[in-house]
Design a protein around this ligand. Structure first.
Ligand SMILES: Nc1ncnc2c1ncn2[C@@H]1O[C@H](COP(=O)(O)OP(=O)(O)O)[C@@H](O)[C@H]1O
Ligand SMILES: [Mg+2]
Length: 450
């Protein structure tokens, strides 16, 4: 069954139960209340009349009895029994057939000192009030009204209450249907969008308008689909780039190898061909090694073993490693540290690799000088690597850290992607730009005891 109908049905059933219980409770309390109210009314009227009679003297006059009838008259039938001394009936509205029964009952109750308000006379229940007429002389006024009348009244009241409860319940169910529908509709539309994700049609996923928590879910699904779309296309791009990068050296190796085998290249040109084969094989090996490293960095969980590392020491280590290349390119490096030996928590081997990739690029692109500045700021350490080369081409900048993005004389185009993966997995960030003199790279890492 559809969620909409299920919720409405559940709500409807709940309302019916609540309405039923309320109606039952009202119905049972109502009768007691109505009986009590009748009894009090009768007692009050009787008392008023007795007070008057007391004031007027010994005997009860006919006009006083008339006044009593007038006083007790109401929209329900009220029986009167006025009993004088020695059970003499002074006045009554009771039929003579049941009169003895009433008097008997009165005696019995008086003896048992019972003060029950409901009497059963014949086959009818009566609400009865008996009041002493004159103190100690056994004269009594009895007023009685049949319970049946009160029951009718209760039926009428209960009926009215039930009708309004029912009307309220119907309105509530209709309202609930529309409210539920407004909640459920975005959910079923969302299901459609999720099915698109299932079928990998990420770009077709739309944002479903909704409100509250459901809006958050629809927004999350939309952004998730967008992210998956980006990931999907970057993955596609990666495979295209990777196959291109691997195919180019392989084709030149194949060309030269076949040329030498078939005797097309001989002597000096064969030697040059073999040089190309060796160079391309090395490049191929580098690409594959870096691709494997990158894949590991992005997928393996326990690749990093962080420990406390001095930034300054790490930078000096990197400079030392690049010494031969520096000599070869005629580049010098100045390290400036504006902090007292900042320490970070990283995997030193991996982090050294990240710095080496950036610094290696700088050595390759610098004219003659590189500056490395280390600074502390807001519980972070900033490592800036600034060279005086031609700077990063503007068209590379937006995707500089993506895989296989490289400039004119680039090598594998994977170095910076590896650096970013390492820095980000170490809890830091990396950014690149062009400064006054050349390229500027900034690594930002949280300080260990910041
Ligand atoms: N210091 C720099 N100055 C100028 N260009 C740079 C610098 N560092 C990196 N680049 C550019 O960024 C590209 C990508 O760098 P990288 O990912 O290390 O790949 P690779 O060095 O293998 O080409 C380089 O090919 C180069 O064009
Ligand atoms: Mg590089």
């Amino acid at each position: 069954m559809k969620l909409l109908y299920r919720i409405t049905l559940a709500f409807g059933l709940l309302l019916i139960v609540v309405t039923g219980v309320s109606a039952y409770l009202i119905n049972s309390f109502l009768l007691e209340n109505l009986i009590e109210q009748q009894r009090r009314e009768l007692a009050l009227k009787g008392q008023v009349w007795i007070e008057k009679v007391k004031a007027s003297g010994e005997t009860i006059k006919p006009e006083e009895i008339q006044e009593l009838s007038r006083l007790v008259v109401s929209n329900r039938k009220v029986e009167i029994l006025l009993l004088g001394r020695r059970k003499k009936v002074l006045y009554t509205t009771l039929p003579s057939a049941s009169l003895d029964q009433w008097i008997d009952q009165l005696e019995r109750k008086a003896k048992k000192r019972q003060d029950k308000n409901i009497w059963m006379i014949g086959s009818d229940d009566y609400i009865v009030v008996t009041l002493p007429l004159k103190n100690g002389e056994n004269q009594r006024l009895l007023l009685a009204t049949p319970v049946r009348g009160v029951k009718d009244m209760r039926m009428e009241l209960t009926g009215n209450i039930m009708a309004s409860l029912l009307l309220g319940a119907i309105c509530a169910i209709i309202l609930s249907f529309f409210i539920t529908r407004s909640l459920v509709t975005p959910l079923s539309r969302l299901t459609e969008e999720i099915k698109k994700v299932q079928r990998r049609r990420f770009s077709e996923v739309e944002m479903i308008p909704a409100s509250g928590e459901i809006a958050e879910v629809t927004r999350s699904v939309y952004f998730m689909a967008q992210e998956l779309d980006r990931f999907h296309s970057s993955q596609k791009q990666f495979f295209q780039n990777a196959s291109h990068e691997l195919k180019t050296p392989l084709m030149s190796i194949q060309g030269y190898a076949e040329g030498i085998r078939d005797g097309v290249f001989t002597g000096e040109s064969a030697r040059q061909g073999l040089d190309v084969i060796v160079k391309e094989t090395t490049r191929l090996k580098n690409i594959v090694t870096e691709m494997i490293l990158l894949a590991k960095l992005e997928s393996e969980e326990d690749l990093f073993h962080p420990s406390e590392v001095s930034v300054l020491e790490l930078v000096h280590q990197a400079v030392e490693r690049l010494h031969p290349l520096m000599m070869q390119n005629g580049v010098d490096i100045a390290v400036r540290c504006g902090a007292a030996n900042p320490r970070i928590n990283v995997d030193s081997e991996k982090f050294l690799q990240a710095v080496l990739n950036i610094l290696g690029n700088a050595v390759r692109h610098a004219r003659e000088h590189i500056e490395i500045s280390i600074e502390e700021k807001n519980r972070h350490v900033l490592i800036d690597i600034i060279d005086d080369g031609e700077g990063i081409p503007d068209d590379l900048l937006p995707n500089l850290f993506h895989r296989f993005v490289k400039g004119k004389n680039g090598e594998t185009g994977l170095g910076l992607a590896i650096s970013r993966a390492i820095v980000e997995r170490s809890g830091g960030t990396i950014e690149a730009g062009n400064g006054r003199t050349g390229a500027v790279f900034r690594i930002r890492m949280p300080l260990l005891h910041g």
